[in-house]
Design a protein around this ligand. Structure first.
Ligand code: SDX
Length: 436
């Protein structure tokens, strides 16, 4: 990634008819420059128009950098490959929140603080019992995280840095507990309390898979795998759910309500719901010899079918997380002695064919993080409906870190986009008697 050359122009000229305006160009440390249009409406009486925000930088941030063409993802400047290989998820959480890798003492203190916030208020367990057992776990998670605003009033004053940090720690610490409770509730098993002598990932797996009738022994290979999966999903610049959290937070809403809004947005199949949809798609394809039929459907403009787990708004190269996800998938299947998983065979063959097909090559459609995560999570024992819950669990630190960055930005204002109006011009009311 080349630093922006100092000879770049500092203003852009907008010409409309005989008028022209100079707009400032701002440069970051790396990545594209931006044209500052903050005063455009006041100067020109015009808005910019960018539905889907394909060319819009909504904020300044120092947390995560993506180079979509090069397939690069940095958390506070550190490549995702190095963090996933060398650190653990709570180290990544510390890095995203504080901006630097922790010293040994800082890491021990952070682990201690998170570990001692893992229990949820006992009343919350009754909250779960209001749901049908077959409620989608994402519906339960959206509701229970939103309900945290009703239980943790002492960390909802966003003007207090201390309360902002406590709310951040609480979110990171309690998400595994709430996620595990949503899973246990869906299978009719009793909730399992967290155990403070376990690491973050092992604690989560134990809360999901242990039962009162027998001891649960965490498998270190599987714990390491789920911990790495959390690192891969931790943050991703201004994606749809993070932008939702920022917009909700810009009104001054409390952090728990903002995270609940992010969870709701992540649920969509075009976003975090794609891991659940990708596994369902592989199941629907059913066998390698049916792949050409589905490739044809994915290319057919009249068919709404898309290859789930493929394509990305930013990555026009291989998603670096997908490569690590694929490696983790093979590790988990190997550890569990799963020699041939038919869905993995379909996924590998589907990827091979798609990456040679002109339609996908032309549009730079590569596997994204969701393509291999479903196979891995299913092998770990999670039902499909839990896949996006795990994504939300991991992404909570990214959401809360971006929320904190926004709240602590002195220039922060409520987000309020405008529109291109193409509806009716003003007209007068007619009584119902006179309507034809
Ligand atoms: C995540 O933003 C993030 O960072 C998100 C995320 C994160 O960590 O937060 O990375 C997580 O959400 C990953 C993406 C998971 N979604 C899926 O896997 C769903 C399948 N993918 C697509 O729906 C799509 O690729 C998106 C939504 C991911 C991106 O959509 P864009 O950028 O709006 O692209 P587009 O829809 O305009 O597609 C461009 C072209 C179109 O064809 P043309 O009209 O140009 O002929 O590519 C085609 C699309 O039809 N296309 C696909 C396709 N994805 C795009 N065709 C078939 N299968 C696909 N998966």
């Amino acid at each position: 990634m080349d630093a922006v050359s100092k000879t770049s122009p500092t203003t852009a000229t907008l010409k409309v008819g005989d008028d022209s305006w100079e707009l400032p160009i701002l440069s970051g440390t790396i990545g594209p420059d931006v044209v500052d249009i903050g005063k455009l409406y006041g100067q020109t009486g015009m808005f910019t128009y960018d539905p889907g925000f394909t060319s819009t930088a909504s904020c300044e941030s120092q947390i995560t950098y993506i180079d979509g063409d090069a397939g690069v993802l940095l958390y506070r400047g550190y490549p995702i490959e190095q963090l996933a290989e060398n650190g653990d998820f709570l180290e990544t959480c510390y890095l995203l929140l504080y901006g630097e890798l922790p010293t040994a003492a800082q890491k021990a203190d952070f682990d201690y603080r998170v570990t001692r916030h893992t229990m949820v208020h006992e009343q919350m367990s009754r909250f779960f019992h209001g749901f049908r057992r077959d409620a989608h776990p994402m519906a339960v998670l959206v509701a229970s995280v939103g309900a945290m605003s009703a239980f943790y009033h002492d960390s909802t004053d966003i003007s207090d840095p201390q309360q902002r940090m406590i709310a951040s720690i609480r979110m990171i610490a309690k998400m595994p507990t709430l996620a595990a409770m949503a899973y246990k509730y869906s299978i009719g098993q009793p909730f399992v309390y967290p155990k403070n002598d376990l690491d973050y990932a092992s604690n989560f797996l134990r809360m999901c898979f242990s039962v009162p009738c027998e001891e649960y022994k965490a498998n270190p290979v599987l714990s390491r795998a789920i911990d790495r999966i959390f690192i891969l999903h931790a943050d991703h610049e201004q994606n749809a759910s993070t932008s939702t959290v920022r917009l909700a937070g810009s009104s001054g809403a409390n952090p728990f309500a903002c995270i609940a809004a992010g969870i709701a947005c992540l649920w969509g199949p075009a976003h975090g719901g794609a891991n659940e949809a990708a596994l369902k798609m592989l199941g629907e394809i059913g066998s390698v010899d049916r792949i050409p039929e589905y490739i044809k459907r994915a290319k057919d403009k009249n068919d709404p079918f898309r290859l789930m787990g493929f394509g990305h708004r930013v990555y026009k190269n291989y998603d670096p997380r997908a490569k690590i996800m694929q490696k983790t998938c093979h590790e988990v299947l190997g550890e569990l002695g799963i020699k041939d998983d038919p869905l993995l065979d379909i996924a590998v063959e589907l990827e091979r064919i798609a990456l040679q097909d002109e339609y996908f090559v032309e549009r730079k459609l590569y596997p994204n993080i969701d393509f291999y995560s479903g196979i891995t999570l299913r092998a770990l024992g999670f039902p499909t409906a839990m896949f996006t819950v795990l994504f939300a669990l991991a992404r909570t630190v990214g959401w809360i870190g971006q929320w904190k960055e926004m709240i602590e930005d002195p220039g922060q204002r409520i987000g309020r986009p405008r529109q291109l109006y193409t509806g009716a011009v003003q007209r007068d009311y007619t009584s119902i008697a006179r309507r034809k």
